[in-house]
Design a protein around this ligand. Sequence first.
Ligand SMILES: [Zn+2]
Length: 147
Amino acid sequence: MLGQDVTYNVQLNDNELLDLTKKENRVLLTKDLELYRRAAATCLDAFFVEGKSESERLAEVAGRYGLTLVVEMEKSNCPVCNTKLKATPKEQLFGELQKNTFAYHDTFWKCPNCGQIYWQGAHWKQITNTLSEAQMKLKKSKERIEA
Ligand SMILES: [Zn+2]
């Protein structure tokens, strides 16, 4: 959602993750210290994520890679398949959404690849809260480094 090109696959084993990281020239984010050490030993770009909450983890990764913790839907990738989302006029989605969703929301994005539809619904408050917390944690950690 933050516009980063991300692959996420819980089916892959450690060797497959390392191969994919190398083949696709990705950064490996992991909470598995052993996997992190193996990646670092082979000079892959890897980051050991330690945060206990979503906002801590976001702040750590944003701090390390200079990410902006703001969702701009026009820059977001589909969380399901990693394709850039496309703003889609409400009228084009008639029949694809539940009545209430269609009635109460006006702005939608659709994934041109997998067809998933997104809007800033009830879960949006939670997302923006988590991002705000992460921004505060990131700011505090920068202040600690500068002090
Ligand atoms: Zn998609």
